[in-house]
Structure formats: structure tokens, C-alpha cells
Design a protein around this ligand. Sequence first.
Ligand SMILES: NC(=O)c1ccc[n+]([C@@H]2O[C@H](COP(=O)([O-])OP(=O)(O)OC[C@H]3O[C@@H](n4cnc5c(N)ncnc54)[C@H](O)[C@@H]3O)[C@@H](O)[C@H]2O)c1
Length: 351
Amino acid sequence: MSKLKVGIIGVGGIAGSHLPGWAASEHAELVAGSDVNPDVLKSWGEKQGITKLVTDANDLINDPDIDIIDVCTPNNYHAPLSIAALNAGKHVICEKPLAPNPALIKDMIDARDKSGKLLMTAQHFRFSGKSKAMKAEIDKGVLGDIYHARSLMLRRSAAPTRPGFIMKEHSSGGPCIDIGVHILDLTLWFMDNPKPVSVTGVARAELAHQEGAFSNWGGDIPKEFDVEDFAAAFVRFENGATLVLEVSWLLHHDTQGEDMQMWLYGTKGGSHWPKCELYQTDNTTKQHYNTTLQNTKDQLEAHAQECVEFAQAIAEGNPSPVQAEQSMQVMAILDGIYRSQAAGGEVKIEY
Ligand SMILES: NC(=O)c1ccc[n+]([C@@H]2O[C@H](COP(=O)([O-])OP(=O)(O)OC[C@H]3O[C@@H](n4cnc5c(N)ncnc54)[C@H](O)[C@@H]3O)[C@@H](O)[C@H]2O)c1
């Protein structure tokens, strides 16, 4: 059986992490690339041995030989490119965040439903061995009813400094949507995606504009930086559960690089990711029990695994491995944080 043909739009950093997935897939193969930067595109094509190279993404989107479009551009171009690709009858895997607000994700969902093709958000953390093991255990009910979550993704002097991340014009936001989307997506997925109803949050730039502010990932913070460098939130869900979220690219935090952690607290137990630990209490014996999950090994690196599983879902006629509806829910919370910052108080979550 011939393989599904993949074209990547935006052949920068993250596209490189998708390549091993397309190479490993038994159902799909990478055949083309597109980038607005012709020099980047040319050298990428030479390195990857890909000859179908176009600077106008529409040429890829409308190419009848392409089955899957892999959108790897900065955030603000995800929705228009994905919608055009779905309208042209392609399956779409799109980098996170699917779009910078829930209304645009709704437009993507409408285009998906009209086309009958699959749309997947590249939330790669779901595809690691640790995440799969934790999700499987939680789905067995070991935590009981999860009534609170603490989620953080905090970096010290580790902001991406490329325009696609630090200018609203390209990204729509800073760490709130760039990395908040990772830890929040994973947390909600573990919690079985309860419906969020309200959020109170802050999104501020406290360190980025200080004299000499720098990132270990790209030198001094550029003067064009116009997004937040820190965000925090308290979220309420329809089922009564609550969640505390903290994210930053630049924080005087006790870490080198990145600290990404999540605690879930339920009526029967607690958990920690990525330690993959469970915490339980026996009220009869008055004992505490801590267990570490086994079988947490990665099959492939998670960015690659997500591509493999997307192609497999298409080939086997299964639903998208990451549903856009869940991404809309995540983005509704993140969008609510920005609205709460502007309003100075709690806001209702709308999507
Ligand atoms: N899942 C993850 O772990 C992860 C990590 C990094 C980035 N990302 C996401 O991937 C996306 C890209 O990030 P990156 O680090 O690869 O950025 P990057 O700047 O390294 O690469 C983006 C590429 O897209 C090209 N581009 C910009 N606009 C375009 C357009 N309209 N059409 C075609 N090409 C265009 C740029 O020229 C550049 O080569 C972002 O949305 C980001 O949030 C995800």
C-alpha cells in the first residue's frame, strides 16, 4: 500500500523534531516542504534530501499529491494555513497552540467537519511513555474524583528569543500560551477534560524589560519583546474541581533551564507527573503508600511518536489522537487568563 504523502509548512526548529516520526511511520512519508524564507527552505531541502520545495504554502496545500499538511509555523499562521489545507481536502497536524484564541479553533473545527479529514494538535507530551502510563492508571480510577490540580512550567532565563515567540504580531502571547498550553493540555487530559467555567489570572512582563535581561536560549531579550514573561491562574470547573497554573520563561526560580511538574489530588489518591508517582492513604492502618509507575518507557521521542500515531489514525480510520475540541477548551482558559489580567478580576470562560 502506498504511503500518505506529507508536506511540512514552516521548516524551522520544531519541524526538525517531526522528521524522525515521518521517517519511522509505516503509513506516511515526508515528500515536501514550504517556508517563507527561501534560504532556510533551500538548505533544509538539501539537508533532508527533499526536492519539492515551495515558498508559497498554497502551492503545497493545493498539491493533489499531498495527503497530510504538517503546520510548523509561528502561532498566528496556524489557523489560516490549517483551514486552507482542510478546505483543500488534506489531513492536518498542527503545532501548538492550535490557534491563539478559542474562536479561531472553532473555525478550524468547522473546516475539519466540512472536509471529513482529521485535525490533530501536536501536543507531544501526551505521547511520552510517562504520560501514557499515568493516563492509563488514572483512567482506572486510582485517584477517585480529582478535585484539585497544581501545574507549573517554569524556566529561569530560558525564553525563546525568535520573533515568532516574543512578538504578539506572530505569537499572540508569551509563555502563557507557548508553554501554558503544554502543561494545561496534559493536566486536563489526565483529569478527563472537565468543563472550565471561570478563571482569575495574571499575565505580566516583570523581568524581560530589565536592563541586560537575557535568555540562555538566545542572548539578550530583544527590544521587540511585547508579550508577558510570567502568568498564573486559578481555574474553576463545572464539576467543582479547581486548578492552579504557573508558567514563566524568566523567573528567579530554583532551576537551571526548566521545571515542569503536575500534582493531581483526588478522593482516593494523589499523583505526580513526571515522577509518575501515586500517593495513597489507608485510613484503617493509618499508613501512607507511595508507588512509582512502571512501563513508562518511550517508544520514540514524543514529537516523533505523535506523527506516527497521527498517520496511523488516518490509515486505520480512527479519530484524531488529539481532539481539537480539547484544544479549544485549553485555549479558552489561556485566553481567559489574558482577559482576567485586563479586567483585574475573575472572568467567565467562553468557547
Ligand atoms: N511542541 C513543541 O515542543 C514545540 C517546540 C517549539 C515550537 N513549537 C511550536 O512550533 C511553531 C514553530 O516554532 P519553531 O520553534 O519551529 O519556530 P522557528 O522560528 O524555528 O520556525 C518557524 C518557521 O516558519 C517559517 N514561517 C513563518 N511564517 C510562515 C508562513 N506563513 N508560511 C510558511 N513558513 C512560515 C519561518 O520562516 C521559520 O522557518 C510555534 O507555533 C511553536 O509554538 C512547538
